[in-house]
Design a protein around this ligand. Sequence first.
Ligand code: ZN
Length: 745
Amino acid sequence: MLVASGGQKHEVHERSQISHVSLKNASAITGHVFRAERIKFQHRYGVLKCFVLLTQSSRESSFSIMSGTGLIYDEEMTRYKLLWTDPVCKIEVPERLTVSYEALKCRGLEQRCVCVPTRQATDEEILLVHSKEYLEAVKQTPHMHLDDLLTFTQQYGDVYFHPNIYHCATLAVGAALQLVDNVMTGKVRNGMALVRPPGHHSQRSEANGFCVFNNVAIAALYAKKHYNLNRVLIVDWDIHHGQGVQYCFEEDSSVLYFSWHRYEHQRFWPNLAESDYDSVGKGKGTGFNINLPWNKVGMTNSDYLSAFFHVLLPIAYEFDPELVFVCAGFDSAIGDPEGHMCASPEIFGHLTHLLMSLAEGRLCAVLEGGYNLTSLAQSVCQTIQTLLGDPTPVLNDIGPPCHSALESVHNVRAAHQKNWGCLKHMVCLVSEPSTKKCRVEEKDEKQEEETTEHLVWPEPVPRDAPPVHTAALISKEEEDLLPEDCQRLGEISPKYIEEAEKIRNKHFQDVTDERTLQCIQDVVSLLEKIKNREVRNGLAVVPDVFVSLKCAVEHATNSLSERILVLFVGDDNVPVDTKDGRVLLVQICKKEPERVKSLYHVPVCLNKGVFSSASVMAAVLGLLLPLAYEFNPGLVLQVVAEGSGGLDVCVWAQLTSLLQGVAQGTTLALLKGCDRDMVTATGVSLSGAPAPSLGPLDPPLAEDVEVIEAQRQRLQERWGLLLNTVSESGTESGQMKTPPAASSV
Ligand SMILES: [Zn+2]
């Protein structure tokens, strides 16, 4: 049996036990074949430790390569439908599955997935969540005539029964369980189950909201039981509150449930007080239920990203799940008759990407809602394509969240401040009483029913992947540090030599060192390959990081992209001009740089001699990613000036993976010298392997939070996606409120 060790902190003496054998196994888990001969002891304390230790704790398991995306589809689940007239239920049609599946086939995505068969769930499995009485009652439905089915249906809310729905419901649960088994045994890295009926509304003894059995809740309990998991994350991005999942786990600290949902101050179905942000879980489950209510319709990509960056991801990283489920409902996408939201199908490619660095990539998405067939099929494709590792789609027009979304984000953060270390050192957050007040005041106001069904939106553009995932500029001797699918940079074309000559003559006339000059040529060559879409990512180990960076910025701004994001780890003054707004420089350092800071130069000076992982992740999630998404660069340059500078390579691997979300996953990494762990970590992450888990994170250091907050305050007027508290924004009311008093926390 596999015992995932993802979140455990390991002692140093354990790390010293790394053997050649376990390195081989580590390669198998990551899905990348390392040339283990040369690296067997090199990575004792490095990036491989997590993979290796994972293997050590699961040596008896029959691990196969952890790569690939599982897809579960069974036509049988299309064989039930509404048999009478019901305006509420008429949208839940069999075509929801068929159009999604056809779209996957049509785009060649189904063919790239590992086809996983479904099975029927057993009674014992269904009883993990549901009562015996309820199961027995549902079992009677295949034998009922129309009148009896109708009567049976009427005891529940917004659901319908059919003689074949019990069979389909057992297959839907079985599909979720099959996905768990395939992901947890490493047969696939991640996957999606296209199922009907959906599950997240169904409760212990109750069908509800088109749902019969709670597929994901059962799968989470099954995963805990069969794979000894201690921490499972369920992300419910369906537009309805999965109250069934909440009820199942609200007293359970081993399952973190996050749901955002259309709420409109309780006016939207299922109209429950307990769907609001102040339902945070009960007893020992306090803090493990996170509700983010949307009190207005029309939420956009920016609003969804804001919720991820400022609520879900910081808490999820602190929690450190061993397995991630997505209640993947796509009624939260544009055009949906239920959701009335305005987020594009592409956003699901990004939400998926942002979750794929958790739990070492173990992610199971299970279909819930989604009733606009066009939007549904497009969103399913975006999700699967990201699971397969294709470049993330371009998201234009990312900016500040709307006032209502910001209010919701603020309120959830306030409600959870005492529960999570990542929120602990913020100024004391007080929830906005206005959101509760609205509910009373607007109670009798006639709700204007806006609709987004008539909306048209562009078909998502194809997300073609360049033939080479990562090209590396590295010596032959050091090649072994990289996964095999990293390709060494080959022969340099004469036209690149010419281009490099020009840059050299313009900027580096005084440079005479041959290796540095060669490096200019190589960097230009790598960038040209990226520009021509021959290569997606580049990695270069360079003798002079400043010359290489300057050359890369010069060449990239001239010929590759309007906007370049530079992430620089190190204390030096970075030789990059940020004045014209084409380069956004985020610098993680220990000493404040001397240069005057612009709104495009963001130094994050963290205090500890060795960077605290929690602090760096707080900066990555709260500053770097919102900035990166709003800036929308065409290329990311990641630069490490001197060794890792005390930066944990696992943290570096995480942020490298996360940054693949922008610039269509195009990064050029420049590493000074050859810190072997750093090279491997970078190569592995750029190749799309999931980053190692960081273990449950401690709270970030108070002084670091202060630094990050100061930067957020300085920049948020220009970069609105940094906003996370209402008091900072006067966007709708037109007036700034007094900031809350400093916290005593
Ligand atoms: Zn829904």
